[in-house]
Design a binder for this molecule. Structure first.
Ligand SMILES: [Zn+2]
Ligand SMILES: [Zn+2]
Length: 395
């Protein structure tokens, strides 16, 4: 990559080592959702030192916002970064490998945080020539899809009133050096559900004297798949997966209860509503057919990420100006979810992806102990962040 292409190459090259060191520090000290104490302290400390107005203790304890008012008039533009890690034990052997057993930055949020802090520091140093107001939002608990909502409820888009919001997600699905900008549906909705089936326990030898909740649960599980294929138009994209089934203590005891946990994802709000509404009655009706009872509870939820055309085209233009046409791709939507969608339902903007794939054909998955970031993607992300913010602040 030619570091001097575009307006920000040189500036970013100067800050690169510090940004990578910051990312590695967050990587070494990962913190789970809503427990990002050390992380948020460092964010607040860095932003304060850079001269931003800093608000802490948002969304529980760990959300941070830094406000930077430029000396020239302009819009108010927000940049959102998520800061939490995942409950995994890292297998990578590096000096900055997670020092906390069972916790790991396996989604790249350490990189998001380092990029956003560095962008704030760069703009702060250029405040005299900066138009508008930049609002840097550091959100906890994205991995639970639970951090954006309380941040918005705390008024982070209102005071000052944000006109537009942007953000990026690093991805191992794209090569380092590329940016993936997509109009329209980009990431799926994500709703978690619990199905609790209640029967009547007893001896495995005499099932006719019991009400077996596991048999009912098994039929509910298969039936939910049929619901997707038979009640949703074939052109729609829906995934319904059950990831946990919990029941029983011994091979010859029929238990009282069976619990299933799963996730429902789609790109269309109407389909989402249709299925969430239908699942309630479907689950209880199916259980009743087996003389059991069942209840469905939703445990988390966020709508799909849908990038509006105008702002997405503006981001694309910034990326091309900064990196050149060849570095900018428009990939397919992904079934992963991100509660950035809530910010984008509240304000126009764009959420795009920046490649961090390790070199060669190797594709390591996110949310896995072997996750690994090609740090060559970090300066690309920072350059694009600076370019988007600068252009929207002054627009
Ligand atoms: Zn994630
Ligand atoms: Zn993520």
């Amino acid at each position: 990559m030619n570091k001097t292409t575009g307006a920000w190459g040189e500036e970013v090259a100067k800050r690169l080592d510090a940004m990578v060191a910051l990312r590695r520090d967050f990587h070494r000290h990962p913190e789970l959702s809503f427990q990002e104490k050390r992380t948020s302290e460092i964010i607040a400390e860095r932003l304060t030192r850079a001269g931003l107005e800093v608000k802490t203790g948002i969304a529980g304890q760990t959300g941070v916002v830094g406000i930077l008012r430029g000396d020239k008039p302009g819009k108010t533009i927000a940049w959102r970064a998520d800061i939490d890690a995942l409950p995994l034990t890292e297998i990578l052997d590096a000096p900055f490998t997670s020092g906390t057993k069972g916790v790991m930055h396996a989604c790249g949020h350490d990189g998001h945080t380092a990029i956003a802090i560095t962008a704030a520091e760069i703009f702060s140093a250029r405040r005299a020539e900066m138009p508008g107001t930049a609002v840097f939002i550091f959100q906890p608990a994205e991995e639970l899809l639970s951090g954006a909502k309380p941040m918005i409820e705390a008024g982070v888009l209102e005071n000052p009133r944000v006109d537009e919001i942007y953000g990026l997600h690093l991805t191992t699905q794209d090569a380092a050096g590329t940016v993936n900008v997509r109009r329209g549906p980009t990431m799926a909705s994500g709703d978690g559900f619990n199905v609790e089936v209640t029967g009547k326990g007893g001896h495995g030898a005499y099932p006719h004297l019991s009400v077996d909740p596991m048999t009912a649960a098994a039929h509910i599980l298969i039936g939910m798949q049929s619901l997707v294929t038979k009640e949703v138009a074939a052109k729609e994209t829906v995934v319904l997966s059950v990831g946990q089934i919990m029941a029983g203590t011994k091979n010859n005891i029929i238990p009282d209860k069976a619990v299933m946990r799963g996730t429902l994802r789609t790109f269309d709000m109407d389909v989402r509503e249709q299925l969430l509404g239908r699942l309630q009655s479907f689950v209880s009706d199916m259980a009743r057919a087996y003389r059991a009872e069942a209840r469905l509870d939703l445990t988390m939820g966020c709508p799909p990420v849908i990038n509006p055309e105008k702002e997405t085209d503006l981001v694309r233009r910034c990326c091309v100006d900064e990196l050149g046409e060849a570095a900018v791709v428009e990939g397919s939507p992904v079934m992963a979810s991100d509660d950035m969608s809530l910010f984008l339902r509240a304000r126009p903007g764009c959420y795009f992806r920046v490649g961090i794939s390790p070199t060669g054909d190797r594709r390591v998955p996110h949310h896995a102990p072997e996750f690994e970031m090609n740090e060559d993607g970090l300066p690309v992300g920072l350059r694009v962040a600076l370019s988007v913010l600068r252009s929207r602040l002054g627009a």
